[in-house]
Design a protein around this ligand. Sequence first.
Ligand SMILES: Nc1nc2c(ncn2[C@@H]2O[C@H](COP(=O)(O)OP(=O)(O)OP(=O)(O)O)[C@@H](O)[C@H]2O)c(=O)[nH]1
Ligand SMILES: [Mg+2]
Length: 159
Amino acid sequence: MVPQQKTVIILGNGGVGKTSIVNRMLREKIPKTYLATEGVNTRTFVNDKMNLKIYDFPGQEMYGGEYYYYDTVKDTDIAIVVVDLTNFLSLTSGVNHWLEYAKRLPPNVIICGNKCDLLPANKVISFLGMHKIDHIKVSAKTGENFDDLLRNLKEESTK
Ligand SMILES: Nc1nc2c(ncn2[C@@H]2O[C@H](COP(=O)(O)OP(=O)(O)OP(=O)(O)O)[C@@H](O)[C@H]2O)c(=O)[nH]1
Ligand SMILES: [Mg+2]
């Protein structure tokens, strides 16, 4: 039996790896060159435990991220907020901003620190620690800790 469908939105600054995370979940190739998402991509992830409708938003405002977010946010069950562990700006001008959006609903929130295959910026690690921001370190590139991410999604989707 297919589980009941839940709605997931994936938020974060441009280039943090949102589309790559969705690609990795769907076992698709991760594009090496950065191609910013324009508009919203809707994808479906189904297995015997979860049935997720995923809205992958553009992080860059010029491509309409916030507009699409407001448009579809009404029945959101889970928000994945992504930060780039190598990019301090994705935290300081990103995570609070996206968390504020996510909280308006409020859906269940999972924070992903992506690109853990690269050397993280010290400032990012201390910021996450100082603000006690619970997060899962993942790599869309290598697939590291995707089992953790899927476990979290499963938990949040059955709440
Ligand atoms: N090293 C490394 N690079 C990654 C990882 N995830 C994504 N990237 C690279 O980061 C760049 C941006 O990835 P995207 O998935 O397009 O980022 P996005 O958040 O969807 O960007 P927007 O659509 O503009 O909001 C691409 O060049 C990816 O190949 C990762 O885990 N490790
Ligand atoms: Mg994208």
